[in-house]
Design a protein around this ligand. Sequence first.
Ligand SMILES: NC(=O)C1=CN([C@@H]2O[C@H](COP(=O)(O)OP(=O)(O)OC[C@H]3O[C@@H](n4cnc5c(N)ncnc54)[C@H](OP(=O)(O)O)[C@@H]3O)[C@@H](O)[C@H]2O)C=CC1
Ligand SMILES: O=C(O)C(=O)[C@@H](O)[C@H](O)C(=O)CO
Length: 278
Amino acid sequence: MAIPTRTLNDGSTLPAIGFGTYPLKDDEAVSGIVSAIEAGYRLLDTAVNYGNEQEVGEAVRVSGLPREELLVASKIPGRHHGYDDAIASVHGSLERLGLDYIDLHLVHWPNPSVDKYAEAWRALVDLREQGLVRTIGVSNFAAAHLDRIIGETGVTPAVNQIELHPYFPQVDMRAVNAERGIQTESWSPLGKRQAPFAEPAVADAAAAHGVTPGQVILRWQVQLGSVPIPKSATPERQRANLDVFGFELSDDEVAAITALGRSDGRLFGGDPDTHEEM
Ligand SMILES: NC(=O)C1=CN([C@@H]2O[C@H](COP(=O)(O)OP(=O)(O)OC[C@H]3O[C@@H](n4cnc5c(N)ncnc54)[C@H](OP(=O)(O)O)[C@@H]3O)[C@@H](O)[C@H]2O)C=CC1
Ligand SMILES: O=C(O)C(=O)[C@@H](O)[C@H](O)C(=O)CO
């Protein structure tokens, strides 16, 4: 089944589901990403800090698909936030990927104590002008971080990739993004090691629709309007995770899953206002 698309504020599109590549490395990464592409994924999410950009580029070539049919996303790490460092960071990503442009590039974390994320953003704005990156966005940005970079550059990120899963449904940040015309992407969309597959809200919906709990959670993500990027090294799960466009959750089912949210629901305490990741 064809994957629907989301139109971004710069006129480009993203598939409604992408593929997360962390922590895939080495041969497992190449074979895992090639099998994901064969399953139908067209958006591949990597980062400098995942140490697997080379493998992502290799998988793109091994897949044999025309370059323009795939979207590669990467991220600038905190240690590269100075303007010149950010420019060099993206050139490094291009080199490791072996690509002549990157489809989507994000500032990975704001690292507010370093206070240079606005410089990294200005670098992305300039790299987009040069055509080296097609679409620019951020990750783990709170409202104040977004408003600062928008205010300083007049350029609104196309995407904000944030932690979002049933135990952390990000009601407020989804609204913050939507109010600014920013597409939300969900990292750890299944809840990673805390996947709430056995929660009645999830298990009951799975039974009602004849699908798996993982498919219910990813369908919930789609109906929230976010773009989830589940990771799986297993071809069977890769295919199942993509197969969420043949059923629809009711409003009550969506609300029941959202109600699983908890104030301490973050996976590792990654609060963008305080978490530092270099
Ligand atoms: N911007 C940021 O700060 C962050 C971005 N990310 C991005 O988000 C992506 C996804 O997040 P991630 O943390 O990997 O978490 P996910 O929620 O995607 O969960 C991945 C885990 O779930 C397992 N899994 C996948 N599908 C199923 C299924 N259908 N049934 C049961 N288990 C399943 C996988 O195991 P198996 O492989 O064995 O199937 C893996 O252990 C990352 O790969 C990365 O690209 C992640 C964290 C932070
Ligand atoms: O995977 C990422 O993109 C991250 O930003 C990390 O924070 C990652 O989730 C991790 O390793 C947390 O311990």
